[in-house]
Design a protein around this ligand. Structure first.
Ligand code: 6R9
Length: 651
């Protein structure tokens, strides 16, 4: 297996959708794709308004779009309650007793919620939240395991016009605190714990620790999942099941403005502080719904499974809002893919007859490593469509996914998008697009994507440049919460009126987009964004550390591994114990995914004369063991020679 982008350049295998697949697909030919794409880009307002009209609105909009870069207003004057499109219209119609969520907990417990039941649960919990004082625009932190109650909590917030901010259950107490403080949340919804690889993740304990230093939170609602003893602070903490006693399962959904904030989701940027990406209601839901409809081509008889966590954007758009707006049946799983062994996913695909399966390249690479014997044990013939998201998929991993999981018959939609874009942006359409392993292929309807060089000129075929989006789309982020200046600077300052994604890419002769990776100081570790600056400030927060520089190293499983160079304070010696301590420290400050894979103690870090750490050199050093790039701005050449020694490879 290789992560080498070079392998992309020689990729010439092409997989056309089968006739049978195309025949039943919504979009069944490239001619149809091209025609609709052209129209949609010529008049985005018209295209998206057509899609939005399939959702439940209490008041129709007056204008589809008002645009003055970088400020977009979609479906101006329209009013809706996002949860009505996801629940009420199914629960009161033909999908009333259709399974919405088929849940399996890691220990093997199973539960099915029909649309009517899910609707009732959300209504009941919305009533609970109202009784707790939650109001429109209040920020509510959700820190939950992957159980239906996570979706119920999100939808109940949406129903009240409250802004949820879900924090991934793998994040630490300090990460919770940062986010609580940044968004000024008054309410937290959590659980006693969640199951992960047979162990309990102590969610409530982490919340308690975070709250020691927080002043804004007034109430904590705790769902009992694992049953271990947790501390409950009188007056502040309440059990979910106790609050629900005697509460009605009926709730009338009030309509909110189309631009009403729906959620904030934090993501890593190139500085230490995570960005609170804000999404609004009507446009976001339209993006989620439309992409589920065309990219996954979801049908009423599909059984869909997205293996992401609701703590990431993929879980928001492709577990909660999109699939429920489509009224599809989906599988939800709490735990790890390798518990009790690497057959867990495939056993579940067989058991529930999953037909659409959406996962990440890092998981696929772990499955390849574990061996073919796991998928081979199960009947995967119910699958008809596969998806990939989070990072470029290596052609080798693509081929394995195609053959071993998809039985050679399922199209793979490699979907490029971001927390900021809200929904899929570059993707094949499974009944139309010829697939090439490793490329996310072509822009979705209404998406005007391009690759530009530094001067703003559009790159020629196979020339590398920066990925931009030249027109607004409904699910685009509206701002970084409480930081409009950073929003403008990060996404809208490279080129006039265009969104810069922060990814490097190239297009081949057929126009396919090949995403190379981040251009900023953001790593992609197992499909999750991690700012090098975040890890550095965590390291520098340790009492032994004077200075730290963090870079990525290509890794077969994770995509990128985290490598840290650390200089210690005077008199402190590097030791294996200290190394372990520093790793754990980063785990405590950010979360386990940020723990450096390698830490090198160094007497000094390579810097420019103005004192900037030259991460570029460190990156080259850990990648190839050598430095060939421009070193003329380096202040002290001895530093580099020492580092080469410390990583154990010499020229
Ligand atoms: C949905 C999600 C976004 C970053 C993005 C890019 C990388 C995501 C990709 C992909 C190549 C794909 N990325 N999907 N790169 N091919 N199909 O992952 O959002 O967590 O915000 O990450 O992930 O680098 O800029 P998010």
């Amino acid at each position: 297996m290789s992560n080498n982008i070079e392998s992309h350049l020689v990729e010439d295998r092409v997989f056309k959708p089968s006739k049978e697949f195309s025949k039943q697909a919504r979009i069944s030919s490239m001619a149809e794709y091209r025609r609709i794409w052209k129209e949609s880009v010529a008049n985005p307002g018209k295209f998206w308004a057509g899609e939005a009209s399939e959702l439940a609105w209490q008041t129709k909009w007056k204008k589809p779009l008002e645009w003055k870069a970088p400020d977009a207003k979609w479906f101006v004057g329209g009013k809706l309650n996002v949860s009505e499109s996801c629940l009420d219209r199914h629960a009161t119609g033909a999908r009333r007793n259709k399974a919405a969520i088929i849940f399996e907990g890691e220990p093997g417990d199973k539960r099915v919620l029909t649309y009517a039941q899910l609707h009732r649960e959300v209504c009941k919990f919305a009533n609970v939240l109202t009784a707790q004082g939650v109001k429109s625009k209040d920020r509510v932190i959700i820190y939950m395991p992957m159980i239906p109650e996570a979706a119920i909590a999100m939808l109940a917030c949406a129903r009240l016009g409250a802004v949820h901010s879900v924090i991934f259950g793998g994040f630490s107490a300090e990460s919770i605190l940062d986010r609580l403080d940044d968004c000024g949340a008054k309410h937290v919804i959590t659980a006693d714990g969640g199951w992960r690889r047979g162990k309990v993740v102590p969610l409530k304990d982490n919340v308690d620790q975070a709250l020691k230093k927080n002043k804004t939170v007034e109430s904590v609602i705790v769902y009992k999942r694992t049953g271990q003893k947790v501390a409950m602070k009188k007056g502040r903490d309440h059990w979910w099941h106790e609050l629900e006693e005697g509460v009605s399962g009926k709730h009338k959904a009030k309509a909110f403005d189309s631009e009403h904030p729906l959620f904030i989701l934090y993501t890593s940027g190139s500085t230490g502080k995570p960005k609170g990406i804000l999404h609004t209601s009507g446009g976001y839901l339209t993006g989620a719904y439309t992409t589920c409809k065309y990219v996954f081509d979801m049908r009423d008889d599909d059984v869909y499974w997205c293996t992401a966590d609701v703590g990431w954007i993929t879980g928001h758009t492709y577990i909660v809002y999109g699939p429920l707006a489509m009224g599809v049946t989906q599988v939800m799983y709490e735990g790890a893919p390798n518990f009790p062994d690497f057959g867990r996913f495939w056993q579940m695909v067989e058991e529930y007859g999953v037909s659409i399966f959406y996962t990440a390249p890092t998981a696929i690479r772990a499955f390849i490593k574990a061996g073919d014997q796991f998928p081979e044990k199960y009947d995967l013939s119910s699958l008809r469509l596969l998806g990939s998201v989070g990072e470029p998929i290596n052609p080798e991993a693509w081929m394995w996914y195609h053959n071993k999981i998809g039985g050679g018959r399922c199209p793979i939609v490699d979907t490029w998008w971001q927390t900021e874009t809200g929904a899929i942006m570059i993707t094949p359409l499974p009944g139309a697009t010829p697939l090439k392993p490793g490329t996310a292929t072509l822009p979705f309807f209404g998406v005007d994507a391009a690759i530009l060089d530094e001067t703003g000129r559009e790159c020629k075929a196979n020339e590398g440049g920066r990925l931009v989006i030249r027109q607004p789309w409904p699910s685009m982020t509206r701002t970084i919460y409480r930081d409009k200046a950073r929003f403008k600077k990060t996404y809208w300052s490279d080129y006039d009126g265009m969104y810069t994604a922060g990814d490097g890419a190239r297009r081949d002769k057929q126009g396919n987009f090949w995403i190379v990776g981040r251009l900023d100081d953001v790593l992609n570790v197992s499909g999750h964004r991690l700012g090098t600056a975040e890890v550095e400030s965590a390291l520098v927060g340790h009492k032994a550390v004077a200075e730290a520089a963090v870079v990525g190293r290509p890794d077969d499983l994770k995509g990128q591994a985290v490598v840290a160079f650390v200089t210690l304070k005077g008199g402190i010696e590097g030791s294996p114990e200290l190394l372990g301590e520093l790793r754990n420290h980063v785990g405590t400050v950010i979360g386990a995914i940020a723990k450096p894979d390698d830490i090198h103690f160094a007497p000094a870090l390579p810097k420019t004369r103005s004192g900037k750490i030259m991460r570029r050199l460190l990156k080259e050093l850990v990648g190839t063991g050598n430095v060939t790039g421009n070193t003329t701005t380096l202040e002290d050449f001895g530093v580099l020679a020492n580092l080469k020694k410390s990583i154990g490879r010499k020229k």
